[in-house]
Design a protein. Structure first.
Length: 640
């Protein structure tokens, strides 16, 4: 086929609709493959975008989107940053506020100056283009930090710093970059003064509007009947898009600040549809990230990247190995971060979707103004994204392990948020353990939140729900639902796919379809040490007939010195349904109970059926137990 004929055929088939459809499908396929391979998804997304773009198969043609491309990018960025803001915890941000505040202010200035200097010296760019490059690479972003933190479980303080910087730096960096572009297009002393005012106005006004918008979304979603069931997610999505584009119509790029703050407000306000909304936004974000990176990567030509040469690679290395460490050195002064944590922060700063989106916008604006260098600037930013995401993303776990900043496996996930599961969760929490519950029942989730327990709302057998619960960094998981098959499947999935070291499965004492051998075959333990009437104990706690007490095993008085001090006594038949051991504390660590006998000094938390409490306590004392404290929980019904 003639070259011009092939090109004509290519352009005939690669229309705007096909470009978007292929980008959506290819983005999700690449994301799925990346998860299976346990590598950063953006690495594959960039490669797929390049392969499908004009320099590859020619199926994805961003130029065919025309003026629709910035609009499409804006919609996606709004969803991504709103979801990123929802995932920020106010309590955790407060603990690390000093470092985060410095990183998004002083640290941003250090990055701009350092990156601009590197581009000026190594690339030979003029001051205007070098400064624009510096403003573009300020951002990191939740699209690249989030997946890294899910794969590498870091100490909480360190993780909070990276999350906070990644989300909050995006609106600041984008607004500063757009204002810098405006000054670059119309340079003058008054324009510089106006630019400073515009930055403050856009950020301050955007934060105020975002706070009001987030509060309004929460206010409307909180009542049960105001927004009909099933429409909450699309209502929130429409409000986010409205806030984003309304803000941009008032001040350029202020919409980014608005949706980030709105997401932060919504995410830190408890209401009935929050967990469902977070799950919906997470899925939508995965879709948007995949599509955007494929389209924007396809828009960068191989020739533009090759033209950067070794000078471009040197500039990126200077940004990674010189500018970022200096940034952390300045911003971490006087903080509680250890030198190991500072070293890790100095290594990790991958750039994400906001940098790519704003760079593409810059290229269009500079070309429209007749200023050369827009395509080169965009290619340089994509080289930064590709190198930082690939190198830092792939080595993040190795560096964290070498520096000793990974979080030790600790805490427990509980499948189920019913009355019995909540009681076990509170006992583990009171024993000093981190606890997170997982349930798809809104009423049970609300009840657990009212108890002060952390909850993930969603189907616990889905990978995304397990990832949100952070199973890969936990010491163990408990499956405590009325469905034994689901309990066993959850325990097996947690162990095989998320490498959870220990798992406990609750089994019914009657009419059960899962046997003890099946649980043992899954390398799990029987929760509570044996099969129990789970429905009875759930009802007991719901109706207020159970008290929660701690007892310490002292050993039998008749035991000889040096003998095994395990309790071999078994409660009489009339008391087997009146005592339920739920947790055991040994050596400072609290864990669920299993079939192992207690040792001297073990502190075990029991649920005791209140009508038989006196008989149960008498047997415990006879068997070598002593009360550790007054009852931890006693319902009004039981007290009466």
């Amino acid at each position: 086929m003639e070259p011009h004929a092939a090109e004509a055929a290519q352009h005939a088939t690669a229309g705007p609709a096909l470009t978007v459809a292929v980008a959506l499908a290819a983005g999700l396929v690449a994301t799925a493959l990346a998860r299976h391979a346990r590598i950063p998804a953006i690495v594959l997304l960039l490669a797929v975008g390049a392969a499908l773009g004009p320099d590859g198969l020619g199926i994805v043609q961003p130029s065919k989107l025309g003026a629709a491309l910035p609009t499409l990018v804006g919609f996606a960025v709004a969803v991504i940053l709103f979801e990123g803001g929802m995932n920020l915890s106010l309590k955790r941000i407060r603990r690390e506020s000093l470092v985060i505040r410095r990183l998004i202010t002083v640290g941003a200035l250090v990055t701009v100056a350092g990156a601009a200097g590197a581009a000026r010296v190594l690339m030979g760019w003029d001051a205007r283009m070098a400064l624009l490059f510096g403003t573009l690479v300020v951002v990191t972003g939740p699209t690249v930090i989030g997946p890294l933190l899910r794969r590498v479980r870091l100490r909480k303080g360190l993780q909070t710093v990276l999350e906070g910087e990644g989300v909050l730096i995006d609106p600041i960096g984008a607004i500063v970059a757009v204002v810098a572009l405006d000054v670059a297009l119309r340079p003058s002393i008054p324009s510089i003064a106006n630019a400073l005012v515009e930055v403050v106005t856009s950020l301050g006004g955007g934060a105020a509007i975002g706070f009001a918008g987030g509060w309004l979304i929460t206010l409307v979603l909180r009542p049960r009947r105001l927004i009909p069931e099933g429409l909450e997610n699309v209502f929130a999505l429409s409000m986010v898009l409205l806030l984003f584009h309304a803000g941009n119509s008032i001040a350029p790029e202020s919409g980014i600040a608005i949706v980030t703050v709105a997401g932060f407000v919504v995410g830190n306000t408890r209401h009935r549809s929050l967990r469902d909304l977070m799950e919906f936004k997470e899925q939508l974000t995965v879709l948007m990230i995949g599509m955007l990176f494929v389209i924007l990567a396809a828009d960068v030509r191989f020739a533009e990247l090759q033209a950067l040469g070794w000078a471009g690679i040197g500039t990126v290395l200077a940004l990674m190995l010189v500018v970022r460490p200096i940034n952390i050195l300045v911003c971490a002064q006087g903080s509680e971060l250890t030198w190991r944590e500072r070293a890790f922060l100095g290594w990790i700063a991958p750039r994400g979707i906001v940098a790519a989106a704003v760079a593409s916008f810059f290229a269009l604006e500079l070309d429209a103004a007749g200023i050369p260098g827009g395509s080169e600037l965009r290619a340089m930013v994509f080289l930064v994204i590709a190198m930082t995401v690939t190198v830092q993303g792939l080595t993040g776990g190795i560096v964290a392990r070498a520096l000793g900043v990974r979080r030790d496996t600790a805490g427990y996930a509980i499948l189920g948020a019913g009355p019995l599961a909540r009681t076990v969760g509170r006992a583990l929490r009171d024993g000093g353990e981190d606890v997170i519950l997982m349930d798809s029942n809104p009423d049970a989730v609300h009840a657990a939140q009212s108890d002060g327990l952390r909850v993930v709302f969603g189907n616990a057998l889905e990978e995304s729900t397990m990832q949100r619960a952070g199973l890969s960094g936990l010491a163990g998981c408990l499956a405590l639902t009325p469905n034994e098959e689901i309990n066993l499947l959850f325990a097996k999935t947690a162990r095989e796919d998320f490498r959870v070291p220990h798992s406990w499965v609750a089994l019914h004492s009657r009419d059960g379809h899962v046997t003890v051998d099946m649980v043992n075959g899954a390398n799990a333990s029987i929760l509570f040490g044996e099969q129990k009437d789970l429905t009875l104990w759930d009802s007991c706690m719901r109706r207020g007939f159970g008290t929660v007490e701690r007892w310490v095993f002292r050993g039998r008085d008749s035991e000889a010195e040096g003998e095994d001090e395990s309790a071999d006594g078994v409660p009489p038949e009339e008391l087997t349904s009146a005592l339920l051991p739920i947790t055991r504390k040994r050596g400072g660590r609290c864990s669920p109970t299993s079939a192992r006998p207690p040792r001297k000094g073990d502190e075990v938390t029991f649920i005791i059926f209140q009508p038989k409490r006196d008989a149960a306590a008498a047997w415990l004392e006879q068997a070598g137990w002593r009360p550790a404290a007054a009852p931890l929980e006693k319902s009004a019904a039981a007290a009466g």
